[in-house]
Design a protein around this ligand. Structure first.
Ligand SMILES: [Zn+2]
Length: 446
């Protein structure tokens, strides 16, 4: 196979997010064979040259929590102003009518939206499989777009008739859940460096599966060497449910069932207390912080400053498009920065720190030491932001991208392959996919 080389040339600034957090002016970055092979100035190339004059170059952003299927249920009227549990009960009956095409098309939309906002690596959490839908439907979408993808095999097993929240039609038998998880890991999981697909194990939340499934999922994940993911401590209702049903706080519940460690990451964690933050720091359990979703559902402000100070690995997540409803990851990073300032003052989080969380922070949470920074030997996942336009006009510090900067990339590379070119998704026919998505939404409304 011919090894393609791309030289990103004359960037105004390269924000490397490397171990020294270097910021390089008028710099070039050479990509070859899916890797970053050289960083310098005045480099030459016989291969393709991408001019980055007037641009800030950053590592590709990493999204650590999403439900891609939900792009088909954005701004559903009954769910627009509800709290978490009421919101779920409005949406479950709609989601129960999804099938393979809904999963595939909504994933293409969600992934394309992420790519345009600078994301090169995303996880996804799919926890319902109605009408023959499979996790494979989303993996196909990621392959087509060219996104590095960590889909997780979610699940729900406690339906309404057993005192759970979801309707019985959306829950699965626990043995079938584990069998399908094994099938998916064996078919798709790639543990090697530079992997484009890694599978995770992800019961939806402690209130939608049994204690036994939580424990079995942890055992299976460790046996297979894959990661574990779920929702935890999202809001006050969530804490109250845990205290009432399990007689302990969510952190304790997680620890008792093997759900702590560097191979585990939990979404939200808005209501973690000091002891739980210490537990997560000690065990290096990761957190997917989802600020827009937390605002949208009125869940509260996650203690990200305290988590970071304690040494908890924190990444960002846009969360599903039924609770955001946007999937713009760089906008999410700005929201993370603003929200910490709301609770702790203007010096609580800088633009650079929020971007660090969105890049190397997320890579750490997903166990990807090969991603999240621009350094020789890391994967060629690069976002290029044009700061010569209106958003950064008059900016004294264009590298403070989250204060004044574009929220769409000019170019995006994943594993050295160009996914966004001149502000447009280069790998799929996006207008056609949008048209199909709107037709599917219309059919669900009817
Ligand atoms: Zn979620």
């Amino acid at each position: 196979m011919q090894v393609t080389e791309i030289l990103i040339k004359s960037a105004k600034v390269v924000l490397t997010m490397d171990d020294a957090r270097r910021e390089l002016s008028e710099a070039d970055v050479r990509l070859r064979g899916g890797q970053i092979v050289e960083i310098g100035t005045d480099l030459d190339s016989d291969g393709e040259i991408v001019l980055a004059q007037g641009c800030v170059v950053t590592p590709g952003l990493v999204n650590t929590h999403h439900h891609l299927y939900q792009t088909l249920t954005r701004a559903v009227p009954g769910g627009q102003d509800a709290l978490l549990f009421g919101w779920l009960q409005t949406l479950y009956p709609i989601w129960s009518r999804f099938g393979p095409e809904e999963m595939n098309i909504s994933a293409q939309i969600g992934l394309a939206e992420l790519a345009l906002s600078g994301c090169t690596l995303t996880s996804d959490h799919l926890y319902l499989y109605p009408n023959g839908a499979r996790l494979d439907d989303t993996i196909d979408a990621a392959k087509e777009i060219g996104m590095r993808f960590h889909p997780t095999r979610g699940s729900m097993s406690i339906g309404e008739s057993d005192g759970g929240l979801p309707p019985d039609s959306l829950v699965e038998n626990e043995a079938a859940i584990l069998n399908d998880t094994i099938r998916l890991i064996d078919a798709h999981h790639d543990a090697s460096e530079g992997a484009m697909v890694r599978i995770g194990v992800a019961p939806c939340s402690p209130f939608s599966v049994s204690r036994e499934l939580m424990r079995d999922a942890a055992t299976l994940a460790r046996d297979k060497g894959v990661m574990l993911h779920t929702h935890l401590a999202e809001n006050e209702e969530d804490i109250a449910y845990s205290l009432e049903k399990f007689g302990c706080r969510p952190g304790q519940y997680a620890e008792d069932l093997g759900w702590t460690g560097e191979d585990v990451w939990h979404a939200h964690c808005v209501k973690l207390d000091g002891q739980e933050i210490d537990l997560f720091a000690r065990s290096q359990t990761g957190v997917a912080h989802c600020p827009c979703s937390n605002c949208r559902l009125g869940s509260g402000i996650a203690p990200v400053r305290q988590m970071r100070d304690a040494g908890v690995p924190v990444g960002l997540g846009v969360d599903g498009s039924a609770s955001n409803d946007a999937g713009n990851l760089v906008a999410e990073a700005r929201q993370a920065m603003l929200l910490q300032r709301v609770s702790r003052g203007a010096d609580a989080m800088s633009a650079r720190e929020a971007l660090e969380i969105a890049t190397r922070g997320g890579a750490q949470v997903l166990g990807r030491s090969d991603c999240g920074q621009i350094a020789v030997g890391k994967r060629a996942d690069i976002a290029i932001w044009d700061v010569s336009g209106i958003e950064a006009a008059g900016s004294w510090d264009p590298a403070a991208l989250l204060l004044a900067g574009p929220t769409r990339v000019k170019h995006l590379f994943v594993e050295g392959r160009q996914v966004v070119r001149d502000g447009h998704v280069a790998t799929i026919d996006l207008p056609r996919v949008i048209e199909r998505q709107n037709a599917l939404a219309q059919a669900l409304m009817g």
